[in-house]
Design a protein around this ligand. Structure first.
Ligand code: 5GP
Length: 178
């Protein structure tokens, strides 16, 4: 068992790069089939999705545009917690098939806010792809079209996901040790 330390926490290896690559292969194949006639625009959410987006987009072998956005960390509060806003979207998405590419869907609150803000711009449809999903933590009813891997409700780092800014560059996924 490989154990690493990031700042004040310890993490054990949880999902290897081989398992991740296989899971991404599967959803990329499905996307390439499903979306071949839809001229999709992939909107990748930085920073967390950078490694997933890169591996995914290399495997999606159909005509597609790839773009990047960020969610502001905080612009107010609501009953569901922090209100986040999308920024950096340059493309006109009206009438387009949009695929959101995220690192992880936990409660689904962030994804819900992103969907509401993008739906207001009149796309033809929005599909959701995420490297990871924590089904036990999910509270929002959001579409989950292309999920690479489902994991239990515990904090993970690596493959783009960070702990306090660190760990994003790890090529495998690690789970926190309680
Ligand atoms: P949600 O809004 O779905 O609850 O959470 C989404 C965001 O929380 C993700 O985009 C990510 O930034 C963060 N997050 C949730 N779970 C984890 C985790 O296990 N590890 C890391 N590094 N970030 C997480």
């Amino acid at each position: 068992m490989k154990r690493i330390t990031i700042k004040d926490k310890e993490f054990d290896i949880f999902i290897t790069r081989e398992v991740i690559a296989d899971a991404i292969d599967k959803i990329a194949t499905k996307m390439s089939e499903d979306l071949k006639d839809r001229n999709p625009l992939f909107i990748c959410v930085l920073n967390g999705s950078f490694m997933f987006a890169s591996e995914l987009m290399k495997r999606v072998n159909i005509p597609a545009e790839v773009s990047f956005v960020k969610m502001s960390s905080y612009v107010g509060t609501s009953s569901t917690g922090a209100v986040k806003e999308i920024y950096g979207l340059q493309e006109d998405i009206s009438g387009r098939t949009v695929v959101i590419v995220e690192d992880i869907v936990d409660t689904g609150n962030t994804m819900k806010q992103m969907l509401d803000q993008l739906n207001a711009k009149n796309p033809k449809e929005i599909l959701v792809s995420s490297l990871l999903l924590k089904p036990e933590a999910l509270v929002q009813d959001v579409p989950l079209n292309y999920i690479a891997l489902e994991i239990p409700d515990a904090f993970v780092v690596g493959y783009g996901l960070d702990y306090d800014g660190y760990g994003r560059n790890l090529p495998d996924i690690y789970q926190v040790v309680d």
